[in-house]
Design a protein around this ligand. Structure first.
Ligand SMILES: *Cc1c(COP(=O)(O)O)cnc(C)c1O
Length: 373
């Protein structure tokens, strides 16, 4: 971060909002969401995109993506209702969570949703009972190496069990259509996609030998965005994926992709205000009106956000914490910022994904309002 640059990189529209609106708030640049979507589609021209709605489920984002013709990936009745109210066709909705409530399955099936993931015999039972006739795909457990927010452990099965489950599903009132995986969120190692696709191919071959033909490979999400560390560009990850697909699936396969973070993350700037300062054990602390509980939950997973203040001056290290009476509420132990005063604004970049979506009103601190700029 450069010294002596006020509002470095902070758009005027956001700084202006911060003069009249209460903080914390999240300013979302709608055009940037569309640009990111376009970038992903151009990088993977043959893939069908399903935005993972949990990342940021603001109605206007859903509406905008609906108008852009994007699909959606969901897990709950509330997400389903939101999309239906936005006029999204159920044909553009899928659910890749392999552990769904019976109520949700029933509601989604009744609405006309056709695609569901599974990774256990019980899920096959539920889908057979509450969503007969659906197209179903198995969630494979894959390496989450290089992911900042791993999604392994809780989901997915190994190769052999995947084959067993697909075979079992083919005997019921379901139509097995493919395989899915998730390399973990904010994944910066493109080899994770390579090994996952290869693992998928092994399952695919074994299932074909059982006489079941699949046609879809859902490569999940995980595409990284820029925080404080450098990341491989989406185009490079996409070309590695394309190359692997050409090798492993030479006769072609329908690709589904479920980006969340990469669609909305960089479009959001969180505006906050310094509410307190302290010196503790030789360290300088500032306390913001936004913290781990009301927006920056991912900082406890090691995410480091880039922060800029609206004040000039030589920078030094600060510990930056949130407002609540909880010691987990520390955003970062080391941020370069100038000498700040109570009331100064601090802007946090790449805050559009998994921030307000995760936020609670713990201790009475408000969830940041979203403004579109
Ligand atoms: C959360 C999630 C995604 C989106 O992941 P990102 O890392 O935000 O791209 C995609 N698919 C499934 C099944 C998910 O649970």
């Amino acid at each position: 971060m450069p010294d002596n640059v006020p509002n470095g990189g902070i758009p005027k529209s956001v700084a202006r909002l911060a003069q009249t609106r209460k903080t914390p708030f999240l300013a979302i640049n709608k055009k940037m969401i569309l640009r990111k979507l376009d970038q992903l589609q151009r990088a993977m021209p043959d893939a069908r995109i399903f935005y993972a709605l949990k990342t940021n489920s603001h109605r206007r984002i859903a509406k905008m993506l609906q108008d852009a013709g994007t699909g959606f990936e969901i897990s709950s009745e509330e997400e389903l209702d939101l999309l239906l109210r936005c006029g999204v066709s159920p044909q553009r909705i899928i659910s890749s969570n392999p552990l769904k409530s019976p109520q949700f399955i029933r509601a989604a099936h009744a609405a006309g949703v056709k695609y569901f993931a599974f990774d256990s015999p019980d899920e096959i039972e539920k889908l057979s009972r509450f969503a007969p006739g659906s197209s179903v795909y198995v969630r494979l457990s894959v390496s989450n190496e290089g992911s900042q927010w791993p999604l392994g452990g809780k989901f997915g099965v190994e190769t052999e069990q995947a084959v067993e489950l697909i075979t079992r599903a083919s005997k019921g009132p379901l139509v097995p259509c493919g395989i899915t995986f998730h390399v973990g969120s904010q994944c910066t190692d493109e080899m994770s996609w390579v090994s996952a696709i290869k693992k998928g191919r092994l399952v695919w071959n074994a299932v074909e030998r059982e006489g079941i033909s699949l046609w879809m490979l859902n490569i999940g999400g995980g595409f990284p965005i820029e925080y404080t560390e450098s990341i491989p560009p989406i185009d490079r990850i996409a070309s590695v994926i394309e190359e692997t697909l050409r090798q492993e699936f030479p006769t072609g396969v329908e690709i589904f992709v479920e980006p969340g973070r990469a669609v909305v993350g960089e479009a959001g700037i969180l505006a906050s205000t310094v509410i307190a300062k302290a010196k503790r054990n030789g360290q300088d602390w500032i306390y913001l009106d936004v913290g781990v509980f009301n927006g920056l939950m991912e900082s406890i997973g090691g995410f480091r956000y880039s922060m800029v203040a609206d004040r000039n001056g030589p920078v030094r290290k600060w510990v930056v914490a949130g407002p609540s009476c909880d010691s987990f509420d520390v955003i970062s132990n080391e941020v370069d910022l100038p000498e700040l005063q109570i009331g100064d604004k601090v802007y946090i970049s790449s805050a559009g994904a998994y921030t307000t979506a995760y936020a609670s009103r713990f201790n009475g601190f408000p969830i940041p309002k979203i403004y579109f700029v």
